[in-house]
Ligand binder design. Structure first.
Ligand code: FE2
Ligand code: FE2
Length: 182
């Protein structure tokens, strides 16, 4: 067996133990290239002098992420009531990733992650998948704008990675909606 090492994800900051970095961050969904070995971690990764626009955009992104976390939590509970194992797994994983995004954004804002609110959703997994698609689409549009507005390269990188991750989620919902139609 190869020896394990400690890695950290530059997008969410979370540590991970493995023989090699995971293909996707298990916490925030960032691609493998954003992992560094923990011994090489830059302690100033989340220390960005924010412009007014960057601060406003991070606050808007935080709201979006908290809202989407609450939505996926509701969708997971609805899937649990329906006893649908695939949708329980999918919505739970999405809820955890969006919650991690809210945590990462809070690091840039130097606040602790706000408490999650409860949100209503449909009892149907199909409708929740459709709403999930719409939420990811809105997030992608917002983060593309925030990326373009950011002055700091670090925030440009952060928002562009969020766009990549939310695009993965969008594609997953789209694929599931296709499967439902068939
Ligand atoms: Fe991560
Ligand atoms: Fe997200």
């Amino acid at each position: 067996m190869a020896k394990v090492k400690v890695f950290r994800c530059r997008i969410c900051g979370d540590p991970y133990i493995g023989t090699e970095a995971s293909t996707q961050c298990p916490f925030c969904g960032a691609e493998r290239r954003y992992f560094v070995e923990a011994k090489d971690w830059n302690p100033n990764e989340f220390n960005v002098e924010l412009t007014t626009v960057e601060k406003e955009d991070l606050e808007a992104a935080l709201k979006l992420e908290l809202d989407n976390t609450a939505f996926y939590d509701c969708a997971k509970n609805a899937a649990q009531k329906a006893g649908d194992e695939y949708d329980i797994a999918k919505f739970k994983a999405l809820m955890k990733v969006e919650r991690e995004h809210a945590s990462a954004i809070s690091k840039f804002l130097k606040i602790s992650r706000p408490e999650l609110e409860k949100l209503a959703c449909s009892s149907s997994a199909k409708e929740n998948t459709q709403e999930g698609w719409e939420r990811e689409d809105r997030a992608i549009k917002a983060y593309s704008k925030f990326r373009d507005e950011a002055t700091s390269l670090r925030l440009k990188e952060f928002f562009s990675v969020l766009v990549e991750i939310e695009t993965d989620h969008l594609d997953l919902h789209a694929e599931n909606l296709q499967q439902i139609k068939r």
